[in-house]
Design a protein around this ligand. Structure first.
Ligand SMILES: CC(C)(COP(=O)(O)OP(=O)(O)OC[C@H]1O[C@@H](n2cnc3c(N)ncnc32)[C@H](O)[C@@H]1OP(=O)(O)O)[C@@H](O)C(=O)NCCC(=O)NCCS
Length: 164
């Protein structure tokens, strides 16, 4: 079944919290969020509730739904168009990976970023995420040495819509 990609609603909160636990409990790194305390592990239910509360303000949360929530992406979208969008988090349920859901979530996210620049941070060792991002034209622009717990570098990647 091809998932339906749609904006998250309050009814999705518990499922997203649970999926985030499943995806990040043992993860190192991730597309980190400067304004959120936990860069590397799952976000708390409270942190997720804050993200959901900011939807319609400066957050976009999309979910992939296949009868249940199997993926999500979170963007920080500043009101000022010249400010970059931050891709804060993207994940797909472990059992559903490599079936194109991450790509669908990224496509839906990028469609909402016409004319914008997008930045993200990803752990150096996160080859699957880096490959996904590169496939959409993200390029490495810098690094934060030893940024993550354990000393791993954060790779900072940027996407800009092609204006040609
Ligand atoms: C990164 C992640 C979201 C990718 O989701 P996904 O649904 O498996 O990705 P897709 O099936 O859409 O794959 C799209 C492309 O990404 C790349 N990719 C995805 N998984 C990969 C892997 N394990 N190894 C290499 N490349 C991979 C490939 O280029 C792939 O295209 P292809 O299948 O045609 O080769 C998923 O692996 C995940 O949830 N990881 C844990 C959470 C995380 O680290 N998130 C990123 C930081 S916030």
């Amino acid at each position: 079944m091809r998932p339906n990609i749609r904006p998250a609603t309050a009814a999705d909160l518990d499922a997203v919290v649970a999926l985030d636990q499943a995806c990040f409990a043992s993860a190192v790194g991730g597309a980190a969020l400067t304004a959120t305390p936990s860069f590397t592990g799952p976000w708390s239910a409270g942190a997720w509730a804050e993200e959901f509360a900011r939807v319609g303000n400066d957050r976009v949360v999309l979910v992939a739904n296949e009868g249940e929530v199997v993926g999500y992406v979170v963007l920080l979208v500043p009101a000022a168009l010249e400010d970059p969008v931050d891709l804060l988090r993207i994940a797909v349920a472990p059992a559903e990976r490599r079936t194109g859901i991450g790509r669908q979530l990224m496509s839906a996210a990028l469609q909402r970023c016409t004319g914008r620049t997008i930045l993200l941070e990803v752990a150096e060792s996160n080859e699957s995420a880096k490959a996904l991002y590169r496939g959409f034209g993200f390029t490495e622009i810098s690094r934060r040495r030893g940024y993550y717990a354990g000393g791993e570098d954060a790779v900072i990647m940027r996407w800009q819509e092609d204006h040609d």
